[in-house]
Every structure is written in structure tokens, then in C-alpha cells.
Design a protein around this ligand. Structure first.
Ligand code: CTP
Length: 397
């Protein structure tokens, strides 16, 4: 329908990028992105004639949005981006053809288009074949694509996690070599991709890519640092593999869809370990107060990535609790996992009905105070914790 309106004015219109990819994959199509040879001013005029609402916030990038018969649509003028290699945002240059536009896109699976109303399928870079092979690959040389926009390296890991695809070797190679270029990208853009990756069905796939390519070292260096050497007596587990497993356990416990903050806390719950590791004369290894250190490190990184304050606090709290939740509910004594905890709760007397969470199973005075303080701050987390009644499983690896 929208295609006919554009055709009536003498312009091309093509559905492009994410929706085409998702339709081929039979995933749910969210926003409808179109590309056109109409300039933004012309697009705006056309959309004003047929949309309930029109927004022009993306006009500087050639994008006009609108609500067309209840569907959110975005129409972008063909682009041939020239990226500003010093500054951090793309400088917009318009392309002459659909092919120009597809050529400048990040991955072949995102560089397919369907014309409307003609339904002509355009796939000059073999996106369909790459979907069949479950591969992430850049349409042009990966070096130039990543030099244009280093964020695309994170996007490769994100799509791998979302779609369960592998990154093609030359593309992966370029990611390894060019990982330091990520420093040109703003914290907000990095955060948004990281969040999408963490919300993917299997973030572990994407996280391994981030760590293996050196991208994680650019914005979350504590993650690769978890790959501590395992001591010869195997007295402690491989903290990196353990963390990924705990993340998977947390995901398995989700009942209401992805819980971003819990996922982040699960991934980062041991990041205080490398810093606090001590090897005793006899060879034993300890990590004193690594939960405190971990909460601090997580706060620092999340602040740097410009996460909202409340999210930073929530993750910090979850880490300082070390993901130990002890379900307390309606006389469900059996739900308590630890007799020391039960003793503590009995001691706590009047707080009984509020205390769903305890810091540690060993009730030192310090920990008890901390538990009480946390219990006071706790209401905001009630809902999240309620879903985690069984959450000792989180740590059971
Ligand atoms: N794109 C790109 N390079 C980027 C960002 C985006 O080439 N750094 C292109 C891709 O073709 C992508 C389209 O712009 O398909 C839209 O980007 P975006 O909305 O971020 O991604 P989607 O593929 O739509 O995925 P999602 O909606 O899941 O974020």
C-alpha cells in the first residue's frame, strides 16, 4: 500500500534490512524499515499525506518515520555513508541506487531488499545463501566495513547470539585485528549493542566471540580476566566457564522473558575474583571479599557504559548478594537451603516477614548488618527475587 503511494509520486520503495532478514528466517518482524530514492523532504511530504503521525527525529540521517495504518514505518533515503573517522557519527551522503544502499550495510543478511509493490527480491551480496549457511559476513571487505563503523564488530557478535549464526572466518579475523577501533565508539552505542546481545536467546555465543576477539577487553576487561589459570590441584574452578554456566542457569530460571539485570549480574558475579585471588604458602587459593570487589567493579563498568543509575544499583546489589537468594515464604521452611540461614531468620524476629534475602549463609555481625540494610532497600527487587525462589540453583553448577 505504502509502495503504491510512493510509486504514484514516481519514487521507488523497498523493504530493507532487519524485516527482510527476519521474514526469511520466519522470525517476528518488528519495525518496517524502507529505503527510497526520494529525498527526506519528499518522503516527509508523502508520509504526511498518508500517515496518522509523522516523526522527523532521524531526518538528519535521511530517515522519516510514521504510523501507517497502525504500523510503525521508517523510510530512509538511499545512502552511501561516508563515516567521519575522527568523530563518532556517520556523515550522511545519499546513494544513487538501491545497490549503493545495500553495499554500505553491515552484513549480507541485512543487505537484502524487497521492492514494494513489485515484490522484486534484491540480494546482490548473497544474504540468502548466508542465511542458509547460518553465517555472518560483511558485504564489502570486512576491514573497510569495520573502519567505517567499528560498532559493527559488536553487532556481529550480537547477531551471532540472536540468530545462532557463526561469524565467517575473514570477518572474524578482521574483528580480532580491529578490536581496538571500538574505542572510537560512544559508550551509549556500545551499551545498546551489549544489551541486545545479553537479551539474545543465547548470549554465551556472543560473549565468547567478544572475549575471543579482544572486543570485550575494550569495554569490559574484567570478563576476559576471568580466564585465570586453573591451579594444578584444580582447587578452584575455571571462573570464566563457571560464569558463563551461571548465566545459562539464570536464563533457564526465567519465567517472564529475559531479565537483563539478572543476566548481567550472573555473568559478572565473580568478576572480583582475579583481583582478590591469594595463594597461600600451602598452595590453597582464597578470594576474600571478592563479592564486594565484584560489585564495585561492576558498578564502575556499568557507569562507564552509561547504564541508568537504578540498573547499576540493582546489579551491584545482586552481585554483593552473590546471587544467593534464600526463598522465604509462607511457612515454607523446607525452602530454606541452609540451617545457618534459618537460625539467622529466627534471630531477626520482627523482620521475618520482610527478609526474603540474606547476604551470606554465615551470619557474622558484619554480614547481618549488611543483610538488614539490604532488606530495607529490598522492596524494589521484590518482584525479581520472587521469581528466583529456587535460585540456589543459580550457583549449583
Ligand atoms: N546498519 C548498518 N550498520 C550499522 C547499523 C545498522 O549497516 N552500524 C543497517 C543494517 O542493514 C540493519 C539496519 O541498518 O539491518 C537497521 O539497523 P538496526 O535497526 O540497528 O538493526 P536491525 O537489523 O533492524 O535489527 P534489530 O531491529 O534487531 O536491532
Amino acid at each position: 500500500e505504502l509502495g503504491r503511494v510512493f510509486a504514484g509520486e514516481g519514487y521507488e520503495l523497498h523493504l530493507v534490512g532487519g524485516p527482510v532478514r527476519d521474514a526469511v528466517l520466519r522470525r517476528r518482524v518488528s519495525d518496517l524499515d524502507f529505503t527510497t530514492d526520494a529525498r527526506p523532504e519528499a518522503t516527509e511530504a508523502i508520509l504526511r499525506g498518508c500517515c496518522q503521525t509523522v516523526w522527523t527525529t532521524g531526518a538528519d540521517f535521511g530517515t522519516i518515520g510514521g504510523l501507517f495504518r497502525g504500523e510503525q514505518v521508517e523510510v530512509t533515503t538511499f545512502r552511501a555513508d561516508a563515516y567521519d573517522r575522527v568523530g563518532r557519527n556517520p556523515i550522511v551522503r545519499y546513494g544513487d541506487s538501491l545497490e549503493d544502499d545495500l553495499q554500505r550495510r553491515d552484513f549480507t543478511v541485512n543487505a537484502m531488499a524487497v521492492s514494494v509493490p513489485g515484490h522484486e527480491f534484491c540480494d546482490p551480496f548473497g544474504g540468502l545463501g548466508d542465511i542458509a549457511r547460518r553465517t555472518i559476513r560483511t558485504p564489502a571487505a570486512p576491514e573497510s566495513s569495520f573502519a567505517d563503523d567499528p560498532l559493527r564488530m559488536l553487532r556481529a557478535a550480537r547477531f551471532a547470539a540472536q540468530l545462532g549464526f557463526a561469524v565467517e572466518p575473514a570477518t572474524l579475523d578482521a574483528m580480532r585485528r580491529m578490536a581496538p577501533e571500538l574505542s572510537r565508539i560512544t559508550a551509549e552505542r556500545i551499551r545498546d549493542e551489549f544489551v541486545k546481545l545479553m537479551l539474545a536467546p543465547d548470549p554465551v555465543v556472543g560473549l565468547r566471540l567478544l572475549v575471543d576477539t579482544g572486543l570485550a577487553a575494550q569495554f569490559l576487561p574484567e570478563l576476559p580476566d576471568l580466564r585465570m589459570e586453573i591451579d594444578e590441584h584444580a582447587q578452584h574452578k575455571d571462573v570464566y566457564e563457571h560464569s558463563l554456566q551461571v548465566l545459562r542457569n539464570a536464563i533457564a530460571l526465567e519465567t517472564d522473558g529475559p531479565d537483563l539485570l539478572l543476566r548481567i549480574a550472573a555473568l559478572l558475579h565473580d568478576i572480583g575474583k582475579p583481583e582478590t585471588k591469594e595463594v597461600a604458602a600451602g598452595g590453597g587459593v582464597s578470594f576474600h571479599h571478592h563479592d564486594v570487589a565484584g560489585a564495585r567493579l561492576a558498578r564502575r563498568r556499568m557507569r562507564e557504559l552509561k547504564f541508568p543509575k537504578a540498573d547499576v544499583q540493582a546489579v551491584s546489589l545482586l552481585i554483593s548478594l552473590h546471587l544467593r537468594f534464600y526463598g522465604y515464604g509462607e511457612g515454607d521452611e523446607a525452602g530454606w537451603t541452609d540451617s545457618a540461614v534459618r537460625r539467622y531468620v529466627t534471630d531477626a524476629g520482627e523482620q521475618l516477614d520482610r527478609l526474603h534475602v540474606l547476604v551470606r549463609s554465615d551470619c557474622t555481625t558484619r554480614n547481618r548488618r549488611k543483610a538488614e540494610r539490604l532488606a530495607r532497600d529490598y522492596d524494589a527487587f521484590e518482584e525479581r527475587i520472587a521469581r528466583l525462589r529456587a535460585a540456589e540453583d543459580l550457583r549449583a553448577v
